[in-house]
Design a protein around this ligand. Structure first.
Ligand SMILES: Nc1ncnc2c1ncn2[C@@H]1O[C@H](COP(=O)(O)OP(=O)(O)OP(=O)(O)O)[C@@H](O)[C@H]1O
Ligand SMILES: [Mg+2]
Length: 317
């Protein structure tokens, strides 16, 4: 890979809680090349959103680096970061909750343009808003509508338009279709893939839904309790899943949403607490193959075939 557009190195984000240190993101390493999509999958609470937010510095990291075009943006001061903000954007899961209900479509899309003073003339801003609405397939007549007047698909199109307003390079897509009906999900995914090609965008696409991520990703990282347990190009991951957790996730397909499917039906055992986790494999308590060797020592991602990495004491050596 040439210099990746974005890369994490030993990235960690811990939260102090009353019961101890919660390891939300714990030593995550990956690279995303320009124009590619890294799919990030895993159950609720495994740290996907925290990872996405730390990568674009909506949250500060506890430790580690995020290199953007080879530069560690964790070291950037406020003004340097402000100028970079345009390049790094996010689309949220619930378009209804993430859009201000008191703002019209044009006000929502124009907001980042005004805040970052990319354009200042009223006419120019208006033209840019119409251009963005066209790009995401929103009819001009909706320009003065409010979010509650629109269906979920159109609301998410506003979310996409707002994220595109500053001509970003990298977008964290945090479950952008999970709240939508299945038929609408496909429309939004197609829109995002078209935009990626047209605008050369790079995505990190977070989801519970492996069947969604299969279509949009070039590579997939599987997370479990703050750590990446397996990472591979998309076809390789689906054809040859090695980590027992990845295998369990794949068993949950074709049920569209892992959140709605009780993983307890597939995996027995308790989910380990992310607070002050013990050494060894965090998945061991639920793993059908676990033995004493799994519960001590630090695990590492090993490359078992080109670009296929697995962190498991029993497999992937
Ligand atoms: N501000 C915070 N303070 C304390 N703990 C937090 C905070 N934000 C997240 N966490 C914890 O960090 C862990 C990871 O949360 P995160 O929201 O990143 O998971 P997720 O994979 O995005 O889950 P979901 O699929 O439900 O969106 C969880 O245990 C969560 O409770
Ligand atoms: Mg989340």
């Amino acid at each position: 890979m040439d210099t990746p557009l974005i890369e994490t190195r030993n990235l960690k984000k811990y939260f102090k809680t009353g019961r101890g240190m919660l390891h939300a993101v714990d030593d995550v390493n990956f690279k995303i090349a320009k124009g590619e999509t890294l799919g990030v999958v895993g159950e609720s609470g495994c740290g996907k959103s925290t990872l996405g937010r730390v990568m674009i510095r909506l949250l500060d990291a506890t430790e580690g680096q995020v290199l953007y075009n080879g530069q560690d943006i964790m070291k950037y001061g406020k003004s340097h970061m402000n100028s970079l903000r345009k390049d790094l954007q996010i689309i949220f899961q619930d378009p209804y909750a993430s859009l201000n209900p008191r703002m019209s479509v044009s006000e929502i899309i124009a907001e980042p343009i005004k805040v970052c003073k990319v354009l200042t003339g009223k006419k120019e801003i208006e033209e840019r808003v119409f251009e963005l609405m066209k790009t995401v397939g929103l009819a001009e007549r909706l320009v003065n509508a409010y979010p509650h007047e629109l269906d979920g698909g159109r609301r998410q199109r506003i979310g996409v338009a707002r994220a595109l307003a500053l001509n970003p390079k990298f977008i964290v897509c945090d479950e952008p279709v999970s709240a939508l009906d299945v038929s609408i999900q496909a429309q939004i995914l197609n829109l995002m893939m078209d935009l990626q090609e047209e605008l050369g965008l790079t995505y990190m696409f977070i989801t519970h839904d492996l069947s969604v991520v299969k279509h949009i990703s070039s590579e997939i990282a599987v997370m479990y309790l703050g750590q990446c347990v397996e990472k591979a190009p998309v076809d390789e991951l689906f054809d040859n899943p090695v980590h027992p957790y990845t295998q369990a996730l794949l068993k949950a397909i074709p049920v569209p949403n892992l959140k709605s499917r009780n993983m307890q039906n597939i995996l027995s055992g308790e989910v380990t607490s992310p607070i002050d986790p013990k050494p060894g494999c965090r998945f061991a308590a639920r793993c059908p193959h676990a033995s004493s060797e799994c519960t001590h020592g630090e695990l590492q991602l090993n490359e078992i075939s080109p670009n296929h990495f697995v962190s498991c004491a029993k497999f992937g050596k």
